[in-house]
Design a protein around this ligand. Structure first.
Ligand code: HEC
Length: 311
């Protein structure tokens, strides 16, 4: 079977390393700072040597130059840049440079868009990219992506400078409303005043009362230990609402990672606890308003179920 000569690779967050316009400094900063509120996490726990090694690895995907960009500001007319932006850029990057919606994973984005346009008002991007790098991106485009060369699209160098000045003007005005993932409790945990069996039944009743269909109940350790050796004081209840499931998967297929819904009931030293993951902890990673709404709704439902089961 014939293989394509080049395999286009794109990170869904849009940090596609292009051999012609990414400096090592840009790649390093992008890895370190991530893109707050977008899918790309920060890797500030890695050492300088580890980040360096990743950049070397990425560089190995292409041979070619490693551009170095001046850190100097590029002068341009912000007002004119704003008009050009809304004419030429906003349809992909959003009116305020907030980036395309979704995650880049197929079926959370329009099919005709192979890559989600990155957020240009993102503090991580603005800190990592120098004006000269942004300009080079506009002059040359990103080969193999929807990001065209705007020089080839007929814009003058002066207009491109205006655009760079406009993109830079996003700096400082961006108030990042998304909390850091570490600030959100990973799990919802409630103490139950009842015994294990009674609590499991109460969870099941509460889930059914919220229009869920019970899928099954099993020992938490089932499949992890030989049959009969699992801890039978740890039970997991699976339930599902197919309408909700369908809607959530359409917003972002990665929601599949935390579905079907499940509640774990654990007895430890005589105390029974019910617990579940906190959907808000997950949605903050996705920068998708519709998904935030779905996860807020799920958070409400989970809280209701846990409260009802332990009331
Ligand atoms: C057809 C959709 C589309 C249009 C129109 C478009 N872009 Fe892009 N842009 C993209 C995509 C997709 C990427 C990510 C490319 C990649 O993966 O390297 C991108 C990347 C960029 C980057 C690099 C961001 C980064 O994270 O490294 C900059 C800067 C940028 N665009 C600015 C602009 C500006 C300014 C305009 C208007 C003059 C514009 N783009 C028009 C789709 C578009």
């Amino acid at each position: 079977m014939a293989m394509p000569a080049t395999v286009a690779w794109a990170c869904p967050c849009g940090c596609r390393p292009s051999r012609t316009v990414s400096s090592d400094a840009y790649l390093k900063q992008t890895i370190r700072l991530g893109r707050p509120g977008r899918v790309m996490p920060r890797f500030d726990h890695l050492s300088a040597a580890e980040v360096e090694a990743i950049v070397e690895h990425i560089r190995g995907w292409h041979d070619g130059d490693r551009p170095v960009f001046s850190q100097a500001r590029i002068e341009g007319d912000v007002q004119r840049g704003a008009r050009l932006f809304s004419q030429h850029c906003a349809q992909c990057h959003g009116e305020q440079g907030e980036g395309g919606q979704g995650t880049g994973v197929t079926f959370s984005r329009p099919r005709d868009l192979p890559i989600i346009a990155p957020a240009l008002n993102n503090p991580g991007f603005l800190a990592a990219a120098s004006d000269a790098m942004i300009k080079a991106t506009l002059m040359q485009g990103r080969e193999g992506t929807p990001m065209a060369s705007f020089r080839e699209q007929g814009l003058s160098e002066e207009q491109i400078n205006d655009l760079v000045a406009y993109v830079r003007s996003f700096e400082g005005e961006h108030t990042d409303p998304a909390p850091r993932v570490e600030e959100i409790e990973p799990t919802l945990v409630y103490d139950s005043p009842y015994g294990l069996e009674e609590t499991v039944e109460a969870v099941e009743r509460a889930a059914v009362g919220k229009n869920f269909r019970l899928i099954r109940r099993q020992k938490l350790e089932e499949g992890l230990f030989p049959e009969g050796e699992e801890n039978d004081r740890q039970v997991i209840v699976y339930f599902c609402n197919f309408n909700f499931l369908y809607d959530a998967l359409t917003v972002d297929p990665r929601v599949g990672l935390f579905l079907p819904c499940r509640v774990t009931v654990v007895e430890q030293e005589g105390q029974v606890r019910v617990m579940t993951i906190n959907p808000k902890r997950l949605s903050v990673l996705f920068n998708n308003e519709r998904l935030d709404q779905a996860c807020d709704e799920m958070h409400r439902i989970y809280t209701d179920i846990l409260e009802e089961a332990t009331f």
